[in-house]
Design a binder for this molecule. Sequence first.
Ligand code: ZN
Length: 574
Amino acid sequence: FQDSDVAKWLEAAAYSLVHKPDQELEQRMDDLIALIGRAQHKDGYLNTYFTVKEKDRRWTDLQEAHELYCAGHMMEAAVAYYEATGKNSLLEIMKRMGDHIYQHFITEKAEGYPGHPEVELALMRMYRATGDKRYQELAAHFINARGVDSDYFKKESDNRGWTVWNMNPDDKEYAQNHLPVREQKEAVGHAVRAVYLYTGMADLAAETDDQSLADACKVLWENITQKRMYITGGIGSTCIGEAFTKDYNLPNDTVYAETCASIGLMFWARRMLEIVPDAKYADIMERALYNGVLSGMALDGKSFFYVNPLEVLPEACHKDERKFHVKPVRQKWFGCACCPPHLARLISSIGSYAFTENEDTLFVHLYMGSNVEKTVNGKTVNVQMESDMPWEGNIKIRVQAENAKMTLALRIPGWCKNYKISGIEDAEQEEKDGYLYLKKVWNREETFCIDFPMEVQMFAASERVREDIGKAAIMRGPVVYCLEEKDNGKNLHELLVDTDMHASVSEGKICDTVVKMVETDGWRLTESGDAEETLYHMYQKPQKQKVRLHYIPYYTWANRGENEMQVWTRVQNP
Ligand code: ZN
């Protein structure tokens, strides 16, 4: 699936051209697109693995071989490049590939569906970019076919007699083909595949008003966010199959929480907001962004995590095989390099997650410094936001329009209890599903402020989460905090956080990045007498010493060398 890495790079580069035109970069992309065009077969087929290595085996290993997955990523790149530059070179290439896929699966009625979902959501983008309904039809075909014949991969495997990865075709949950998608109630299997699939489902449901598909998405959403997600927005509890396991099984140290999975969760949340603008989706989008997604990249942007643990003892990662997948420092690159270009395309297109609009309402989901032009109710509206998120919650919004009747819906973040709004007294105000709706005729230039005060907040997990019982995590606004050895010394497991936090917040630097640090009261357990010398000893009341705990934003951990880290800390007198 290396073609997909090139595709993600092209997509990220296309978004970056929108913000920062760059002749040299654009030329490089044009050359690359020409090369891709030359690799395309006359019948539209495009996949370098099969062209170079297995030219007689096209479409015979949908389970393992990522042909549709790579096509999906290249389609996304094609749409992004077309929208950024107006050039349709890559779009034309991918239309031919889309037509080829249509011919194979619809016209010639070939069986099967993708082993790794992705093409579904990409086809929806192709449909929107080209207006060609066949792409939506094809997306619906793959979504509706999935799991109806749940033995498809088994049959395919028996027929082809060859394998790329030696994957087990009987493991139906791994690729979410154990049941038709509308009957799936629990998130199972490979976490990235799952959220790509759900994103495609939500996209199709919103586009076609498919209630049963939307309902399936809502049930799966509740299952993940209420039972199978880390506080960082990380998903996937085990490295075996990079997968979900069961409700409330959220180990902090053997976790998977792939960067790509949290990015996929953001994609899905964005599509759910198109079905129903409920702030619970945007809350998770924000949680994933500032925690489990950003942690995937070093502050200098030069090294990456694939796995995003919530607790690390570096020595254990080096010596305990069960933790070999958890790297205590970010890596320059990976054999499976999905995460770095995925981060690049997410970050370079982050503006598209901040806003959505329908006929008469412009929704603000994420508060970030921005300057956008939107069309609502047939009128052009310019919206500028000044924000110091995620560190401060006071937002200044300037709307420029000419006699535009429009509702501006502002998300009230789940972490904020009492917001204050000022300077917009003439708007009709209504609060619904976590949004403050401001309805009025906007004229010329109007500036107002909304303030979401941030406090240091202590969180507990459900008591059903064995790994977190008796422990607390610290958040401030949308940012999850952690303890690092660098600031607190070795053996973080000996620390206790005081429920009377006496928290203080200060500005500090991690490398060259200015962040808000948090300090709280706490304790360190100390051993004395027998306990110091022996592995087991008669119980004695632990001794403890008062300390201040120094918390840093979770996403900035491991930027100052290899050291211990933990998000969940034991609570004094839980
Ligand atoms: Zn990845």
